[in-house]
Design a protein around this ligand. Structure first.
Ligand code: UGA
Length: 432
């Protein structure tokens, strides 16, 4: 079986490299020739632990290759994975399917033998039907099958999530393609992964419903954390106590800043727009979106309280600015709301992120990148731990800034309040 991954973004590149590592012959296609040239030279355009090694190893083994020639690559392959982006449309919450539909048209001109066209991109319910219609226009004898196989990879943990998935979902309306896909995933199934075969539309919805549910879980615990702050209760006890109930489960119950990233904010909105299209309501998800959008304001208000509402000329340090650890991704990170708001009120901001300088802050007044944690802390009045990077978890602030005392606002609850207070620092965290 020869595999073709269309789109070498996050999903396509990680999945392509992992499929190659399982022994498949994979070609990754992208229209961006700079990206393809970089990949050929072993330069990986995204930050993802372990990905670089996997790409280089499999490229050398000749199991993984790169090309800008979509037509030729599709012709030579049996399984075509569509992995292009589905960003929100401008001024609307609907997923923009233009990249998916463009790629489909190109595929339709390159079907020379039976092929399975598989969507890995997150696509609204019924997109598979639309893809099928486009392909039928040029291939009325139907030498193809359209399958939905959503990805459940977390940024920063994507390779692990690919190799040890909780489940592999394949939505197909035909047994033949289902059998072929099951065979492709057999190395993972034989190591314990659950394989779930569904209808195509079900697979499309499983992806959105899963992301919306996880976003709901986080938002739920964030609101409970607000209640904990008012009642002198420790949110960590609540998360543990709830999580021990197997019906609830302990994961994704960490209170913190508003959830961000390239998926939850976009997918929660897109599922609402699908519900609108089919004239039904998802009121729980609607309130999750609203609560999450208000969360940065809420945490900012706490920052203002901590600074006694005197923000002008206060020196504020951000430790971590990405939306989560182990990624350089800034998309929908809550720091993008907090840093400009603090700057507007006259604060002077230094940030340190293990993934370095962020162009997103280049035009914001009085925002400076620091090259080291130590440098970022010099002269600070308030240190905000925004992202839970391991680099921050064992810091000894006392040794780092001899003599100088600042306030710490740990938005990820990575420190023990007792230990930090023992070092002589005033300490705030979330929900405790
Ligand atoms: C998410 C899903 O977890 C993946 O399963 C899915 O495949 C992916 O979206 C996608 O649709 O492509 P990702 O966006 O990489 O993955 O990040 P998560 O680890 O899910 O975190 C999302 C946000 O929730 C982050 O801002 C994170 O800090 C926050 N979060 C997560 C919490 O605040 N608390 C938690 O307990 C967990």
């Amino acid at each position: 079986m020869k595999l073709c991954m269309i789109g070498t973004g996050y999903v396509g590149l990680v999945s392509g490299a992992c499929f190659a590592d399982l022994g498949n012959d994979v070609i990754c296609v992208d229209k961006d020739s700079n990206k393809i040239n970089s990949l050929i030279n072993g330069q990986i355009p995204i930050y993802e632990p372990g990905l670089s090694e996997l790409v280089i190893k499999n490229y050398k083994n000749k199991r993984l290759n790169f090309s800008t020639n979509l037509k030729k690559s599709v012709k030579e392959s049996d399984l075509i994975f569509i992995c292009v982006g589905t960003p929100p449309k401008k001024r609307s919450n609907t997923a923009d399917l233009s990249q998916i539909l463009n790629v489909t048209k190109k595929i339709s001109l390159a079907i020379n033998k039976f092929k399975i066209i598989i969507t890995k991109s997150t696509i609204p319910v019924t997109t598979g039907d639309e893809i099928e219609k486009i392909l039928l226009k040029k291939n009325s004898k139907k030498k193809f099958s359209v399958v939905s196989n959503p990805e459940f990879l977390r940024e920063g943990e994507a390779i692990r999530d690919f190799i040890y998935p909780d489940r592999i979902v394949v939505g197909s309306n035909e047994n033949k393609s289902n059998r072929i896909l099951k065979n492709l995933y057999n190395p993972l199934i034989s190591k314990g992964a659950t394989y779930l075969s569904t209808s195509r539309r079900s697979a499309e919805l499983i992806k959105y419903a899963s992301n919306a549910f996880l976003a709901t879980k986080i938002t739920f615990i964030n609101e409970i954390a607000n209640l904990c702050e008012k009642t002198g209760i420790n949110i960590e006890d609540i998360s543990i106590g709830m999580g021990l109930d197997k019906r609830i489960g302990s994961r994704f119950l960490r209170a913190g800043p508003a959830y961000g990233g390239s998926c939850f904010p976009k997918d929660t909105k897109a599922i609402i727009s699908t519900a609108d299209k089919f004239k039904t309501k998802l009121s729980v998800i609607e309130s999750v979106i609203k609560s999450n959008e208000n969360r940065s304001e809420l945490l900012l208000d706490r920052v203002y309280d901590i600074l006694n509402r005197e923000i002008k000329n206060k020196k504020v340090t951000f430790l971590g600015v990405t939306f989560k650890a182990n990624t350089d991704d800034m998309r929908d990170s809550s720091s993008l709301k907090m840093i400009p708001a603090l700057s507007k009120k006259g604060a002077i901001i230094k940030y340190y992120d293990p993934t370095g300088y962020k162009k997103e802050f280049s035009k914001i007044k009085n925002v400076y990148n620091s090259d080291s944690i130590k440098q970022s802390l010099q002269g600070s009045d308030l240190v905000i731990v925004h992202t839970e990077w391991n680099d921050f978890k064992s810091l000894n602030f006392k040794n780092l800034v001899k003599g100088k005392k600042f306030i710490i606002y740990d938005m990820r609850n990575i420190y023990s309040p007792e230990k930090i207070k023992k070092q002589g620092f005033k300490y705030y965290s979330v929900g405790r």
